[in-house]
Design a binder for this molecule. Structure first.
Ligand code: F6P
Length: 547
């Protein structure tokens, strides 16, 4: 069945039409004009919340625009849907599930019910088990099969069972136990496993098999390879598995069938989406790296942002504002991509993490009602840490043909204070945002004595939208706040776009086809069952593969 009806209800709303008219009326107004007209624009169009400072003044909008966007959010029921999410309503309608990642960071005494059961005690029970296990590994009390201390932890998982853990590990490295080694194997490409384990000793290595479903092709393949690698290095005794493998999953049956004792399993629940799970047991590698106390600080940061989002008026509500400004840039300015540019090397995996969070959540063409959306949804999310990106792709951001809204993220204090590195780093954030907003006219370039024929090459249009998120330093609490900021941004946009941000049916078709193709790659007969292109590719591979 194909989607036959296109839904135009969002674009027909009075609030949407008002925004369209408003955009028309200001489409020629530039950021230069807006800043010249209002000397306190920087202060007006910025907000503080959950210890983060958010300056969105260098976007092509006014306070009036924000008010109109808030009207749209209200008309689309953002406030009510937020309450439904926080209180365990089954808002993931295509999977008939509650959406309760916020329960993962609720304080012990809270009551949040799903099907009449308070989930909070279960969350804390798992957290306590994770803490006890982490303490045993970190203290050396838990030893491997041959009695040696566990020094290496390898997380095997993919998507939400990898991107959050690896991002958090990189981000919080300064808080980690440096006597331990952490590795993350995700790709079914054998090179990933080989390279990540080549210098590790099986006697000192613990594998965490992280998979919500415990059926994912990549993870199960890597898990079996890990078991072979481990047993080969431990004398082939199956009993060794109990000391070197733990599982994080919602699928106890699958874990048991793999051969991991469910006593060594840390569970979570179907109401935690994979890409919303880094603060569940999926964060076990994070806890092993930074310790239970720091992990709980990270949860506290998440919770602080949850409360901020749930209770703060939208005029000062950071996730709502980030979502609304993004929606303005996407649906009214027509921007197709957003660059997330953290000026902190330790956030090197943050953009990759956000790619799944945003694009798997909101990269959808069907409305909740099953019609085709009559408006654009998620833009492409991409990015790299600054200042490296400046020497690679910023050329296009400054002088390319379409604006690329940017989120700059920076910190006042570095984890490693060395000389004047931090001042040089952060000065670039301010400079880039300023250059993108105001550019440099041909007249300004000319006044510097530049030759006429070079003027078009050296002028900068400016008028390019950016946000800046700034806070004190990158620590566990801050990371929790930052991730929750983007989680609720995604929720804000998904609610207005009228889509289900919590399923991911779009990943299924390719998986099913790959399963069909796997045996064809080793069959004797020429493959003829696909289209001529796919047949050709498969048969060429068959002819050249190592057998
Ligand atoms: O392929 C998409 C996906 O289902 C993601 O949503 C998920 O995070 C990832 O695969 C891994 O799934 P699992 O944790 O079940 O192995």
């Amino acid at each position: 069945m194909t989607i036959e009806t296109t839904d135009h209800s969002l674009t027909q709303r009075a609030e949407w039409k008002a925004l369209e008219a408003h955009f028309e009326s200001m489409s020629e107004t530039t950021l230069r004009d807006l800043f010249a007209a209002d000397s306190s624009r920087g202060e007006t169009l910025s907000a503080d919340g959950a210890e983060l400072f958010f300056d969105y003044s260098k976007n092509r909008l006014t306070s009036e625009t924000i008010g109109m966007l808030i009207d749209l959010a209200e008309a689309c029921g953002l406030r009510e849907r937020t309450e439904r999410m926080f209180t365990g309503d089954k808002i993931n309608t295509t999977e008939n599930r509650a959406v309760l990642h916020t329960a993962l960071r609720s304080p012990k005494g809270a009551v949040i019910e799903v099907d009449g059961v308070n989930v909070v005690p279960h969350v804390h029970e798992v957290l306590d088990r994770m803490s006890a296990f982490s303490d045993r590994i970190r203290s050396g009390d838990w030893t491997g099969h041959t009695g040696k201390r566990i020094k290496n932890v390898v997380n095997i998982g993919i998507g939400g069972s990898d991107l959050g853990p690896v991002m958090a590990y990189e981000a919080l490295k300064p808080f980690s136990d440096r006597s331990m080694t952490f590795r993350f194997v995700s790709n079914v490409d054998g090179n990933d496993f080989a390279e990540k384990t080549r210098d590790l000793c099986p006697e000192e290595t613990l594998f965490i098999i992280s998979s919500k479903t415990f059926t994912t092709l990549e993870t199960m393949t890597n898990a079996r390879t890990a078991r072979d690698w481990s047993l080969a290095g431990l004398g082939g005794d199956d009993a060794a598995v109990a000391k070197h493998f733990v599982a994080v999953s919602t699928n106890a049956k699958g874990v048991g069938a793999f051969g991991i004792d469910t006593a060594n399993m840390f569970g979570f629940w179907d109401w935690v989406g994979g890409r919303y799970s880094m603060d569940s047991a999926i964060g076990l590698s994070t806890m092993l790296a930074i310790g239970p106390d720091h992990f709980r600080e990270m949860l506290a940061g998440f919770h602080e942002m949850d409360e901020h989002f749930r209770t703060t008026p939208y005029e000062r509500n950071l996730p709502a504002l980030l979502g609304l400004v993004g929606l303005w840039n996407r649906n009214f300015l027509g921007c197709d991509t957003v660059a997330v540019l953290p000026y902190d090397n330790e956030l090197c995996r943050f953009s990759a993490y956000l790619q799944q969070l945003e694009m798997e959540s909101n990269g959808k063409h069907a409305t909740l009602g099953g019609d085709r959306v009559g408006w654009d949804t998620c833009p492409v999310i991409w990015g790299e840490p600054g200042t490296n990106g400046q020497h690679a792709f910023y050329q296009m951001i400054h002088q390319g043909t379409k604006p690329v809204p940017c989120d700059f993220i920076c910190f006042c204090q570095p984890a490693n204070p060395i000389g004047d590195h931090q001042d040089k780093l952060v000065s670039n954030v301010f400079a880039q945002a300023e250059a993108l907003a105001f550019g440099k006219t041909e007249a300004e370039v000319s006044s510097e004595g530049v030759a006429e024929d070079l003027l078009p090459h050296k002028e900068f249009d400016g008028n390019r939208p950016t946000n800046v998120v700034m806070t004190q330093r990158l620590d566990p609490m801050t990371l929790g706040r930052l991730v929750a900021l983007y989680e609720h941004k995604v929720f804000t946009q998904g609610t207005i776009w009228g889509i289900n941000s919590f399923d991911q049916w779009g990943v299924e078709l390719g998986k099913v086809l790959a399963k069909k193709i796997i045996p064809e790659l080793t069959q004797d007969e020429t493959v003829t069952t696909h289209d001529s292109s796919t047949n050709q590719l498969i048969n060429r591979y068959r002819a050249h593969r190592l057998s």
